[in-house]
Design a binder for this molecule. Sequence first.
Ligand SMILES: Cc1cc2nc3c(=O)[nH]c(=O)nc-3n(C[C@H](O)[C@H](O)[C@H](O)COP(=O)(O)OP(=O)(O)OC[C@H]3O[C@@H](n4cnc5c(N)ncnc54)[C@H](O)[C@@H]3O)c2cc1C
Length: 400
Amino acid sequence: MISFELSEEHKSVEKTCRDWAAKTVAPKIHDLDREHRFERGFLKDMAEMGLLGICIPEEHGGAGMDYVSLGLVSEELEYVDTHLRVVMSVHVGLNCMTLWCWGTDEQKKKYLVPQAKGEKIATYGLTEPNAGSDAVGIQTTAVRKGDRYVLNGEKTWISLADVADNFLVIAWTDQEKKKKRDHSGLSAFIVERAFKGFTSYTIKEKWGILAGNTGGFHLEDVEVPAENRVGQDGEGFKVAMFALENGRYTVAAGATGLVRACRDASVKYALERKTFGVPIGEHQLVKEMIAQMVSDYDAARLLWLRAGWMKNQGIRNNRETSLAKWFATVASERASGDAVQVHGGNGFSDEYPVGRFYRNCKAAVIYEGTREIHKIMQADYALGYRHDKPRRVELPAYER
Ligand SMILES: Cc1cc2nc3c(=O)[nH]c(=O)nc-3n(C[C@H](O)[C@H](O)[C@H](O)COP(=O)(O)OP(=O)(O)OC[C@H]3O[C@@H](n4cnc5c(N)ncnc54)[C@H](O)[C@@H]3O)c2cc1C
């Protein structure tokens, strides 16, 4: 039986998040974006609302809600500004959910609990200056020395690089396999900012998501205790891909929120602005742009909700999540371009939010699998070239 009705709990978390973002974030976002300023106070509020551990069980410090709630929150946050949804993507989707599923009891106690409570902020480090889509092209190494690993390398384009306390880092533990590009030589590690040899930086030349923090970090002989390895030695690629599947689910839901924001701003403007004696909403070509936003929003929302429903049921959803992410991010690019168009010359100014939407949407077409990577995945599923093999670790179904 399929229901399109949200539960009372879903409606409540959606409303809480929507009201908070409208009251607290919306009035400040124009200035924060213009000044490239990350507002830490938002994280404190999000922690108090339980958002930073929303779908992590209560026993691990989270709010114990389902995966649809994670999507709803992501959609609401990105409706106001992308940078807060990015926090959900890297902190919850890529990091906390991975630690919950792949971490040891000690790792959960030490790292997941404070992260899910929002006392510590976490992110994910796979990308390097020479490798993003090509994950086995990374160069970072982790050499075992007794009860520690010594990590060396650089990660770049890392969300919250200068904000986060903890980092899920992918590195080569088998140097022979690195030469052969055999991903079973990769491993995953929890690295703390406080570890000696860790330094981070912010990328200042960015032109979108300006209220968010994006940067990189260097690892110079960073000694990481062996008990900080996540998963078994050689499981780093699997850990990384598992993380991305949950991260890209939040990106799909977030980009859907951005389409809605474009739709609402365009509808408002089209009813107010007059040309040739009538509101521009009466011109068929303006209607066409708005109609596209309306259909894109509904389609994107249904796609991420299906993926969330599958997660709740414990059904493997790589294909569906990839499709939801690909569709929603491309739709958000289309919607924000058209939202600027509907606003005419005013759309080209910072006075209206649509210019910010236009700048913010693009990164999501690139991260967590580029548009091209998702296209290839979808074609490969259709052609029968790609099959999801059973994994040692799966995301658990949601059980109340
Ligand atoms: C704002 C922002 C935040 C980010 N946050 C994080 C983060 O927190 N953690 C993290 O690890 N990374 C993060 N990234 C990095 C992001 O995941 C990578 O940029 C992305 O994976 C693409 O990798 P790349 O930049 O190396 O591009 P490349 O992989 O070099 O790709 C360049 C172009 O070639 C295309 N291409 C590559 N391979 C193929 C192929 N086989 N077939 C067809 N086309 C192909 C791509 O689609 C793209 O168009 C972030 C990026 C941005 C912009």
